[in-house]
Design a protein around this ligand. Structure first.
Ligand SMILES: [Zn+2]
Length: 360
């Protein structure tokens, strides 16, 4: 009510009529579900095939006494206690199986609160490429807006991305480089190394995801099409990604043709109101592409719209951290400056000794 009175959200009460599907109830998805329940969402449909393990306790949400239970059942119990007014529907199911496709399609089409209407949004909180591809295919087929999210293996970086089929890049428009090169996801995994995870990063990505889901559903603020997070230096890159005209998904290409014919303008091309909610101010610099851009386009990569804005956000530390993921650049402190001075005087002493030796 206060959000409405203060003019932040036109009609916050609308949230009670909204339905969201959360796919993947791990460190990000479970926190998203809890946030949505506390925000007063009308209905949640939860998908996950896994069970709660003791090893999950370094993340948020699940409790040690839930170990062994299916994640969706454990979540249902907790969420119902927090807000009994939310309608909860759960499926302990592997969404990458062919047999799951029809069921997910049906839940997107008819999962709404009234049992007939389409859900409002799908949130992908899965941790692997195969599951993301499965969600991308279903959402492309049904022209269903969805948000994708991810946390990196090093536990300090992540992203969220809004996917509007045929309008901004789908997951197959810009596949990970390793996939484009024909390698398998398994090759990324290093022997004996398990992905790291921190509740801080996962909570942060979940919060960014739900914040943008709220903005999208309740039509306020500006929704981020892509928002990255680099926890080494707190750098948050953001930009909308264009569809790849040569996307591997025939349905994506079909929807691109449809929305182009409808006069859809990409957010980078003009000050544009997307769907029914967001706007984004962008500069349109019509310049001939250079060789680097032609190479980038081959991979479906397009340039960030506002270079000045990005430059101001992108500190040298951020640049260094991006190229050297394991580096932890720190601003020079008085102590390190002192150390540099000491080492410089040491070099002078050494040079003097060397000259002395050579003259002998
Ligand atoms: Zn695509």
């Amino acid at each position: 009510m206060a959000l409405k009175k203060l003019g932040v959200v036109p009609n916050y009460q609308e949230i009670t009529s909204k339905t969201v599907i959360v796919i993947g109830m791990g460190g990000v998805g479970s926190v998203c579900a809890e946030m949505l329940v506390r925000c007063g969402i009308g209905k949640l449909i939860l998908f996950d095939y896994d069970t709660v393990e003791l090893a999950n306790m370094n993340r948020l949400f699940y409790q040690p006494d839930q170990v062994g239970q299916s994640k969706v059942e454990a979540a249902k119990t907790t969420l119902a206690k927090i807000n009994p007014e939310v309608v909860l529907e759960t499926y302990s199911m592997d969404i990458t199986r062919v047999a799951s496709y029809d069921h997910i399609c049906d839940r997107i089409r008819r999962g709404g609160l009234d049992g007939e209407s389409r859900v409002d949004l799908v949130l992908s909180c899965v941790d692997n490429y195969a599951a993301r591809i499965a969600i991308n295919r279903v959402c492309n087929d049904l022209d269903q807006p969805w948000f994708e999210s991810g946390v990196s293996e090093n536990a300090l970086c992540g992203h969220i991305q809004l996917l509007l089929p045929g309008r901004v890049a789908c997951f197959e428009c810009a596949p990970p480089l390793i996939v484009e090169e024909g390698k398998s996801e398994k090759e990324l995994r290093r022997e004996g190394v398990c992905a790291a995870s921190l509740p801080t990063t996962m909570g942060l990505i979940a919060a960014l995801l739900v914040q943008n889901a709220l903005k999208y559903m309740l039509r306020f603020g500006e929704v981020s099409y892509y928002l990255g997070y680099d926890g080494f230096c707190d750098f948050f890159p953001t930009w909308p990604m264009r569809c790849n005209p040569n996307c591997a998904s025939p349905r994506c290409r079909e929807l691109q043709a449809y929305y182009n014919a409808q006069g859809w303008k990409h957010p980078q091309d003009a000050n544009h109101k997307h769907a029914d909610s967001t706007s984004r101010k962008v500069k349109d610099e019509a310049t001939e592409p250079g060789p680097a851009e032609i190479e980038a386009r081959k991979w479906g990569i397009t340039e960030i719209d506002d270079k000045d804005e990005l430059k101001s956000q992108h500190s040298p530390q951020a640049a260094l951290s991006q190229h050297l993921p394991d580096a932890r650049p720190l601003p020079p402190s008085e102590e390190t400056q002192g150390a540099e001075a000491a080492s410089a005087s040491e070099i002078e002493d050494l040079m003097a000794s060397l000259k002395k030796l050579m003259s002998q």
